[in-house]
Each structure stands twice: as structure tokens, then as C-alpha cells.
Design a protein around this ligand. Structure first.
Ligand code: OGA
Ligand code: NI
Length: 348
């Protein structure tokens, strides 16, 4: 181990073949030629009037998207373009720093609150994924910011500003999602306890054999909602009706998806949908998901208002989010979501 390079970015330069530990078995490959590519699939919702007279209309659109797709795209979300530009720029600069500089942040311990790592969980996984990532905890900002990298010099300022903005958007979306479920506006806010906010900066280097590997294999997100910012290189795919569909980037547009905790809170009204990232041989790609989470000690279960007798029995037992989160990291990314471990026996 001592002689191998921990980060993919430093391992792959100039290679024409991917190392054998990145090769998926034949039954588990991206089959890129079979992927659907039309952009109309994921609803695009304009949030301009979310706080105006058309609120109920927009909430209805959000509800329909969460029910039918588990995903939507959001424009006019209120995050200034300059904040997004700075976030993408500083991310790119970080991953282009010399290896020795980047390695100062390296750790393979998933419980560390600031860490640069690779693949998904190198301690437990069998096959590696074509990704390096910097993972940051972002709320409360003052608590975590002092752990963040200081190079590039504007990193903390640019990323901090970005986090303040994404938190504001997440809170607005959680209110809208609560209302769309017929719950009190602040129901989800209250269910999350102290709230957590994490972020990943995913860096997918170019890959000489993109048909043999994933940037990230199919998975559902374990948190509450995810708000994904991506650069202009395609790579995200979402499972819809049993088919993988490419979601191509629209500049300054967020891709929002329901995580496992909303599936539980909503008692399965809304689904946490499988998605994955594929890589390509032409362009490196950066994607930046913001993961909005419950506090680790928050107890999550179906909202009592969404449980009623025979039609809607409680489909999940209650659990502490910390327990859920640990299971997620230990078992590896998997099409079988962690939700199965918390189902009541009422489900077949
Ligand atoms: C994730 C994720 C998708 C992407 O980090 O959970 O799904 O396009 N990322 O990078
Ligand atoms: Ni994801």
C-alpha cells in the first residue's frame, strides 16, 4: 500500500487502461449505449414565485415531481450566479493543486467531518469507483469551517458563502415539500432536530475506458434532500421506469432529489430514487451535491398525519439518523437501499 497513490487523480495520468480494481463485472456495467438522453424527463420548476401569489401552484409542481420522479430541476432559486461561479472555480482549483498539497486533507475514515478521499469507502468496498471527492460538513459553519482547506486561499470564503446560500434554499424547499405533503410548513424542519448540512465536491477525472466502470454506481441518497450543482459535463443518470436516463446540465440550475429520510417521513408518498454518475474519456467533471440532513440524534419515522389504518399503515420503524448514516457508509453503494433495514413487517 505504501507505494500506491491514494488518490485516483494522481494514479491515472497517461494511462490507456484502467487498473483492474476499477473494472466492474460484466453484469454490472453502465451500458452507455442503452442510456436514454432526453432532457424533458426530469421536471424543471421555476422557483421565482415560490414566495408569491403562485405559491400553491409551485408547491403542487414540487409535490408531483417528488411523487413521480423523486427528482426535479430548479431555476430562479435565488442563489446568485457569482456565488455558483466562485464555488465551481475554487473546486476546480483545489483538485488541480499539487498532490502533496491535496494529500494534507486525505483520510479514509468516513466519520471524519472534513476529508479528501477517493471512490466511495476504500475500507470496505471490493471494486473502486472513478472519483475523488472532498467531503465537508457545513452547518453550523463556524464550527466546521476552521477544518477546511486553506488552499486555494479563497477556499473558505467562497465555499462558506456558497453554503450559506444553499442552506437558505434548502430551508425554503423543505417548507415547500412539507406543505406539498399536507403537513405543517415547519414539520420537516422540526423533525430534523438541529439540522446537518454536508457537501461533497466530486472530481471525476477523464477515464480511458468509461464502459467498464462508474464514477458512482447506482445508489439512493441517505439524507433528507440533495441539491446538486454540476459543471457543463454530463454524467448524472437517474433511474426512471427501469431505464437509466441522462440528466444533462443546464447552467445555474440545481438538480434536487428526495433522500431516504423524506421517503420515510412521507411514509412512501415520495420515493428516494436510484441515480448514478458515469465518466467519459474526454473531459473531467465536477459535481457538487449539498446533502441536507437530520441532526445525528434526530429520531426519524413516518409522520403520524401520513399514517392511517388500512390504506397507509406505517411502513418504517423509527430510528436515530446516526444509526442510519453509519449503516449507509459501512455497506457500500448498493442498489438495495438501506431503507430495507428499517421497514416494518407490514410491507411484503
Ligand atoms: C452523489 C451523487 C451524482 C453526480 O454524490 O450522491 O449522486 O452527478 N452524485 O456526481
Ligand atoms: Ni447521490
Amino acid at each position: 500500500m505504501a507505494t500506491t497513490k491514494p488518490l485516483l487523480s494522481d494514479l491515472v495520468a497517461d494511462k490507456t487502461h484502467i487498473p483492474s480494481n476499477y473494472i466492474r463485472p460484466t453484469y454490472d456495467r453502465p451500458n452507455l449505449h442503452e442510456v436514454e438522453s432526453f432532457d424533458g424527463t426530469i421536471p424543471l420548476i421555476d422557483l421565482q414565485d415560490l414566495d408569491g401569489p403562485n405559491r400553491s401552484d409551485i408547491i403542487q409542481q414540487i409535490g408531483l415531481a417528488c411523487r413521480n420522479y423523486g427528482f426535479f430541476q430548479a431555476k430562479n432559486h435565488g442563489i446568485p450566479e457569482a456565488v455558483i461561479d466562485n464555488m465551481l472555480r475554487v473546486s476546480r482549483e483545489f483538485f488541480h493543486l499539487p498532490e502533496s498539497e491535496r494529500l494534507q486533507s486525505y483520510s479514509d475514515d468516513p466519520m471524519k467531518t472534513t476529508r479528501l478521499s477517493t471512490s466511495f469507502n476504500v475500507r470496505t468496498e471490493q471494486v473502486s469507483s472513478w472519483r475523488d471527492y472532498l467531503r465537508l460538513h457545513c452547518h453550523p459553519l463556524e464550527k466546521y469551517m476552521q477544518e477546511w482547506p486553506t488552499n486555494p486561499p479563497s477556499f473558505r470564503e467562497d465555499v462558506g458563502e456558497y453554503c450559506r446560500n444553499t442552506r437558505r434554499l434548502a430551508l425554503r424547499l423543505l417548507e415547500a415539500i412539507s406543505e406539498s405533503l399536507g403537513l405543517e410548513k415547519d414539520y420537516i424542519d422540526k423533525a430534523l432536530g438541529k439540522h446537518g448540512q454536508h457537501m461533497a465536491i466530486n472530481y471525476y477525472p477523464t477515464c480511458p475506458q468509461p464502459d467498464l466502470t462508474y464514477g458512482l454506481p447506482g445508489h439512493a441518497d441517505p439524507n433528507v434532500i440533495t441539491m446538486l450543482l454540476q459543471d457543463d459535463v454530463p454524467g448524472l443518470q437517474v433511474l426512471k421506469n427501469g431505464k437509466w436516463v441522462a440528466v444533462n446540465p443546464i447552467p445555474y440550475t440545481y438538480i434536487v432529489n428526495i433522500g431516504d429520510q423524506i421517503q420515510v417521513l412521507s411514509n412512501d408518498r415520495y420515493k428516494s430514487v436510484l441515480h448514478r454518475a458515469v465518466v467519459n474519456c474526454e473531459k473531467e467533471r465536477i459535481s457538487i451535491p449539498t446533502f441536507y440532513c437530520p441532526s445525528p440524534d434526530a429520531v426519524i419515522g413516518p409522520a403520524p398525519q401520513l399514517i392511517d389504518g388500512a390504506d397507509h399503515p406505517a411502513l418504517y420503524t423509527s430510528f436515530a439518523y446516526a444509526e442510519y448514516y453509519q449503516k449507509f457508509w459501512n455497506r457500500g453503494l448498493n442498489a438495495q437501499t438501506c431503507l430495507d433495514m428499517f421497514k416494518t413487517t407490514l410491507q411484503s
